[in-house]
Design a protein around this ligand. Structure first.
Ligand code: A3D
Length: 320
């Protein structure tokens, strides 16, 4: 059977890391696309040359031509610009919206059956725009944010509790921005919910509040340290987890920016919600019940995403 084809649109920091991870995990043949001449070709060759030592097979192609992504099973989109210190994700909207137009058209023309995972920021608005520009079915276009935000939350919790990250599960919903909603009630250590762990004296409400805030600021913390760009190892790993769920029909339950058509009382918009990813893409959005306080936070986050979508429509009238 032919190997799956994985097209990475954008061969920058995340794109290169995605290619290396896909190679090491032998997920399929990799095509790296970028507008920068030489960058995707150089990274593809460099990764292919790590194959003999690492022990993987596969083909690795770098290209500046959309025709080379033909028949891709998965497209992961990181094309655009990342933020620098002092910038918010929303500052990237105008420039990255134009990029989503060309990427959406390229995917529609050459890989219309792909499962498309968008990573470009501001995420929830860009995945919506990418879906509009590509015209692909809503269940085949999804945004990566919740897996990363939840991984950050899990990491910070594991440090606090001094337990393995593997035993910490966590849930982050809403838009991928300062208003994201880490759901404390649904986050656990080996099934023990965080509120119970406070009662058991494992942590205090104040410490937990600080961890929630650090999670919300997780992207900015890394931008502040790197100074020249944003996080790329954990974002790439998170998107690969989603791609693998699709390619292997794992039916993983993962928080993603998915299209809501009535779920959570939302109609026609993308926002971070729990989903099931399997061979049909987003197979289900899990419409969990929120408490009053959680609903207030979620609504605030949804409003922020709605504002960005309206701004996109203002910039590109074809989206209105
Ligand atoms: P970077 O290393 O700059 O790579 C972006 C690549 O996109 C560059 O190689 C550019 O040449 C390329 N590019 C620009 N315009 C086009 C175009 N029209 N067509 C094809 N390629 C193009 O950035 P990065 O990899 O660090 O980040 C990529 C994106 O991911 C940024 O928008 C970040 O803000 C975003 N990001 C999102 C998350 C989430 O959790 C959602 C996390 C981290 C970064």
């Amino acid at each position: 059977m032919a190997r799956p084809r994985i097209a990475l649109i954008g061969a920058g920091q995340i794109g290169g890391t995605l290619a290396h991870l896909a190679a090491i995990k032998e997920l399929g043949d990799v095509i790296l696309f970028d507008i920068a001449e030489g960058t995707p070709q150089g990274k593809a060759l460099d990764i292919a040359e790590s194959g003999p030592s690492e022990g993987f097979d596969g083909s690795f192609k770098g290209t500046n031509d959309y025709a080379d992504i033909a028949g891709a099973d998965v497209c992961i989109v990181t094309a655009g610009v990342p933020r620098k210190p002092g910038m918010s994700r929303d500052d990237l909207l105008g420039i990255n919206l134009k990029v989503m137009k060309s990427v959406g058209e390229g995917i529609a023309a050459h890989a219309p059956n792909a499962f498309v995972i968008c990573i470009t920021n501001p995420l929830d608005a860009m995945v919506w725009a990418l879906r509009e520009f590509s015209g692909l079915p809503h269940n085949k276009v999804v945004g990566m944010a919740g897996v990363l935000d939840s991984a950050r939350f899990r990491h910070f919790l594991s440090l606090e509790f001094k337990v393995s990250m593997r035993d910490v599960t966590a849930f982050v919903l809403g838009g991928h921005g300062d208003t994201m909603v880490p759901l404390v009630r649904y986050s656990t250590v080996a099934g023990i919910p965080l509120p119970d762990l406070i009662e058991m004296g494992w942590t205090s409400q104040d410490k937990l509040d600080a961890i929630v805030q650090r999670t919300r600021d997780g992207g900015a913390e890394i931008v502040g340290l790197l100074k020249t760009g944003s996080a790329f190892y954990a974002p790439a790993t998170s998107a690969i987890e989603m791609a693998e769920a699709y390619l292997k029909d794992q039916r993983r339950l993962l928080p993603c920016a998915a299209y809501c058509d009535g779920e959570f009382g939302l109609k026609g918009m993308y926002v971070g919600v729990p989903t099931i990813i399997g061979a049909n893409g987003i197979e289900k959005v899990i419409d969990i019940k929120l408490t009053k306080d959680e609903q207030v936070m979620f609504d605030k986050s949804v409003d922020a995403v709605r504002g960005l979508v309206e701004a996109c429509k203002g910039i590109d009238p074809s989206l209105a």
